[in-house]
Ligand binder design. Structure first.
Ligand SMILES: Cc1cc2nc3c(=O)[nH]c(=O)nc-3n(C[C@H](O)[C@H](O)[C@H](O)COP(=O)(O)OP(=O)(O)OC[C@H]3O[C@@H](n4cnc5c(N)ncnc54)[C@H](O)[C@@H]3O)c2cc1C
Length: 466
């Protein structure tokens, strides 16, 4: 047994896995299989006290730590670190009277949504309920209710953390304003989080689902999406997705290998009038729209729940111009397929997300009204290069309408927070990092400090068209 493995086993009660040992490969592999992380050990912490013991040991031994909940957003920044996994910290408590969820760091959204929904309450989850609450919220979190309620991180009231000095602390706006600000949007660079407390909200009249047409309706659906989002109230969230379904046998035959266009919708309240723009478009092969239970929002987009290799390129759009419509249409030309991409998605933002909240964290607000994401399967370097190249072509055609910014949770391996934050915000984050973690003990997937955010060997560059 290695010296490091021995030492770690003296320090924590959770399982320790070293390279070469049974289970190490599985435990060190993230959900996104396109990113390989060469970590020096995996420690499955048992509880918050375990986390504190590990942080004290790592600080003394000068071992950097990276943290993972579900592994949806891995990057090579974890290379050489001891990877802390939080899967055992999956406790969830709902205080229905106070409309607050108290969630341990390893919880994923689905069980939180289910327990909240049992009290008639909803939470700020995104498109996939297998994503972890902690990583999503530390990065801001742009979900179904962002137009009505802002970032998920705006709902956070307290965080239980272990700081770089090994202390267990409860961080609130009053107890530690700097850390509270940095942790709400700045990612995993500032502390090891063991739990979160955030506000829930009533969702008595929730409606949603997916409308799906064959790709020949793409032009009509893009035009209707433009009209519908132009008049949507804040309770109505509409996402447009051009989809190339894979030829997998487990898919229903009508989807297998097909090129399609989808409108996904979640409506909070009586705000569905703009959906009439889609009524006249014939030939829908699926319409799952219906009144929803708040636990069901994570299933609207039917995203894959099993680990898979993928690369994503995200861009914030300054407007939905005719050129953006044309570029979307061209993305699916000539046969309707967006391949080698699997998805070309435009999410309507705006509303509360565009208004800086008085007590907002560093995530701030997003002025841009639409978010573009271009995602494709990346099982090999060849696929990866093809996905990056096609994404660059599609984004290149929209170039005058890209702001150059992106939300933290939409960074891909190799990108840095420079494209997320303005200069003043980034400077404040770096100052807090320097002061609170001067030895760089905590290593985020997207570090705010430049020395840690450099070259990522897993990144495949796209041809330089943008
Ligand atoms: C299928 C899919 C759908 C998605 N949908 C959305 C969406 O709708 N909206 C959106 O905004 N994002 C979305 N995302 C992005 C998602 O929010 C990020 O990938 C997020 O980081 C996932 O968090 P995680 O905890 O699951 O991932 P992980 O990879 O486990 O964690 C991500 C990072 O968070 C930090 N972190 C995690 N736990 C801790 C902790 N306990 N202490 C300190 N730092 C920690 C670490 O830096 C870690 O590297 C989606 C991603 C996928 C793959």
């Amino acid at each position: 047994m290695s010296g490091l493995g021995n030492d770690l086993r003296q320090v924590v009660r959770g399982r320790v896995l070293m390279p070469g040992e049974d289970g190490f490969e599985y435990a060190s592999t993230p959900w996104n299989l396109a990113v390989r992380q060469q970590v020096s050990a995996v420690v499955e912490i048992a509880d918050a006290a375990d986390a504190a013991a590990l942080v004290r040991f790592a600080a003394a031994a000068e071992l950097p730590l990276s943290t993972r909940a579900t592994g949806h957003s891995p990057s090579a920044a974890a290379d050489g670190t001891v990877l802390v996994t939080t899967g055992a910290l999956d406790g969830i408590e709902i205080d229905a009277a106070a409309r607050v969820a108290k969630v341990q760091a390893g919880a994923a959204w689905q069980p939180v949504l289910e327990q909240a929904a049992a009290h008639g309450l909803a939470a700020a989850c995104g498109s996939s309920a297998v994503v972890g609450v902690t990583g999503y919220t530390l990065g801001g979190g742009v979900g179904w209710f962002a137009r009505s309620r802002g970032y998920a991180s705006d709902a956070v009231r307290a965080l239980e953390v272990v700081t770089a000095d090994g202390d267990q602390r409860r961080v609130t706006a009053d107890s530690d304003p700097d850390l509270f600000w940095a942790l709400r949007g700045g990612g995993g660079d500032f502390a090891l989080v063991t739990g979160l407390e955030f506000e829930l909200f009533d969702a008595p009249e929730l409606f949603g689902g997916r409308l799906l047409w064959p790709a020949e309706r793409t032009e009509a659906v893009i035009a209707a999406f433009h009209r519908a989002t132009a008049e949507a109230e804040e309770g109505l969230s509409l996402w447009l997705t051009l989809i190339q379904f894979p030829p997998f046998p487990e898919l229903p035959e009508f989807l297998r290998g097909q090129s399609m266009v989808a409108i996904d919708v979640v409506a909070l309240g009586a705000v569905t009038a703009p959906l009439r723009w889609f009524d006249g478009i014939p030939g829908a092969v699926l319409d799952t729209r219906r009144p929803l239970n708040a636990a069901e929002v994570g299933g609207v987009c039917m995203e894959p729940t099993d680990p898979s290799p993928a690369r994503v390129r995200a861009e914030l759009l300054t407007e939905f111009s005719p050129e953006v419509s044309d570029a979307l249409l061209a993305a699916a030309a000539p046969q309707g397929s967006v391949g080698p991409l699997a998805l070309v998605q435009v999410r309507h933002l705006g509303g509360a997300l565009a208004r800086p909240a008085a007590d907002a964290g560093c995530a701030g607000s997003i002025a841009e009204p639409y978010l573009l994401s271009l995602l494709g399967p990346a099982p090999t370097p060849e696929f990866e290069a093809a996905v990056a190249g096609r994404a660059a072509e599609v984004a290149g055609a929209m170039r005058p309408y890209l702001s150059g910014r992106k939300p933290f949770t939409y960074l891909d391996s190799g990108e840095t927070p420079d494209v997320v934050f303005d200069t003043a915000t980034l400077a404040r984050l770096r100052e807090i990092k320097d002061r609170r973690d001067p030895d760089g003990l905590f290593r985020s997937n997207y570090p705010v400090a430049p020395a840690l955010g450099e070259a990522d060997p897993t990144r495949v560059e796209a041809p330089a068209t943008v």
